[in-house]
Design a protein around this ligand. Structure first.
Ligand code: UDP
Length: 327
């Protein structure tokens, strides 16, 4: 298949591109390089600079590519995803995430591209009442990030019904780690996610790591999350795209391991490998206490199961960050 990866110079988009190319597919990348980097675009992918909020940037790629072979599927990764930032700047999140997707879908409909894979999030569940989140559980986001992603999901469903589109909505849980080549990984100036921040502390780039909150209603008082390796996640995109193309149908699935680790447990797992200092700090705005995926639907429909562990995630992020330091 021929896939347009929108946001393919970013963390998850670059990993999805690598997995697509490994599986023998053709990849075209559109990115405005606002947070992504040109170096993260696979050398076998064709790159276009462009902004998802400008329709002409997207139609240009779709029409230019159609001259040789039409794009089969568009994968959308060009979104803002930091929970505390979304609490401080909700309008930026609505503009980038919701308006960006609206523009992209309009360009797809205009150009006759009928398959979309969309990155959604566990944040759409809010504070789940059940121990694990199932796809049909109620969605009640507690931060603007989750709210914008839920609005995007709804938009995709309505557009799909009106314009005969197939969608694959993937609700990510906590993604971390780096590709086995260590050529790509999460490389940002402003890191906010747990595992990269722990690794930076382990590498001496930060003095101390702070655990945000120890008074949550969990067994050790720290938040519980479901961590998934970015390569496992990227593989699911290949399977999801193949599924909608083959079945001419749509699906929405969680992507997680089905296992939860508290922040303190992740810190302990990292402490077993590396020496670093940490201490407890107040809660961070917008954090739900516990998010764990049921991944049964992904297993049933896509034949997908994660193959990499929390240790693999930690070690690969560390190895990637060490290379960055040496550069
Ligand atoms: N966290 C933390 N210290 C940090 C960064 C994150 O204790 O320096 C916690 C955060 O409060 C949350 C969990 O780690 O409970 C996962 O946060 P992350 O930002 O990695 O992902 P999120 O679940 O917000 O998407």
């Amino acid at each position: 298949m021929k896939v347009l990866v929108v946001g393919g110079a970013g963390y998850i988009g670059s990993h999805a591109s690598y997995e697509l190319i490994r599986a023998g597919h053709e990849v075209v990348v559109l990115d405005n390089l606002s947070t992504g980097s040109r170096a993260a675009v696979h050398q076998d992918a064709r790159f276009y600079w462009g902004d998802i909020r400008r329709k002409s940037d997207i139609t240009k790629v779709l029409l230019t590519e159609a001259e040789t072979k039409p794009i089969d599927v568009v994968m959308h990764f060009a979104a803002k995803l930091v929970v505390p930032e979304s609490v401080e700047q909700p309008l930026a999140y609505y503009e980038n995430n919701v308006e960006g997707l609206r523009t992209m879908l309009e360009a797809m409909v205009d150009c006759g591209v009928r398959n979309v894979v969309f990155s959604s999030t566990a944040a759409v569940y809010g504070e789940p009442e059940e121990p694990v989140c199932r796809e049909d559980d109620p969605t009640k986001p507690i931060n603007p990030y989750g709210e914008t992603k839920l609005a995007c999901e709804q938009m995709i469903k309505w557009v799909a019904a009106a314009h005969d589109l197939n969608y694959c909505i993937l609700r990510y849980f906590n993604v971390a780690g780096a590709d086995s080549t260590l050529e790509i990984g999460l490389n940002k100036d402003q890191l906010t996610h747990l595992i990269p921040l722990i690794m930076q502390t382990a590498l001496g780039q930060r003095e101390k790591f702070y655990i945000f909150g120890n008074d949550y209603p969990t067994h050790d008082g720290t938040c519980i999350r479901d961590y998934i390796h970015v390569t496992d996640l990227a593989r699911a995109h290949v399977l999801g795209a193949q599924y909608i193309l083959k079945s001419n149908d749509s699906l929405l699935v969680n992507l997680g391991s089905g296992k939860g680790f508290s922040v303190a447990e992740v810190v302990n797992a990292a402490q077993a490998l590396f020496d670093f200092e940490y201490e407890y700090a107040p809660r961070r705005a917008g954090d739900p206490a516990k998010l764990i995926a049921s991944n049964q639907r992904a297993a049933n429909l896509l034949g997908w199961k994660p193959s990499l562990s929390l240790d693999d995630i930690i070690k690969s992020d560390y190895a990637y960050r060490r290379i960055l330091l040496e550069q």
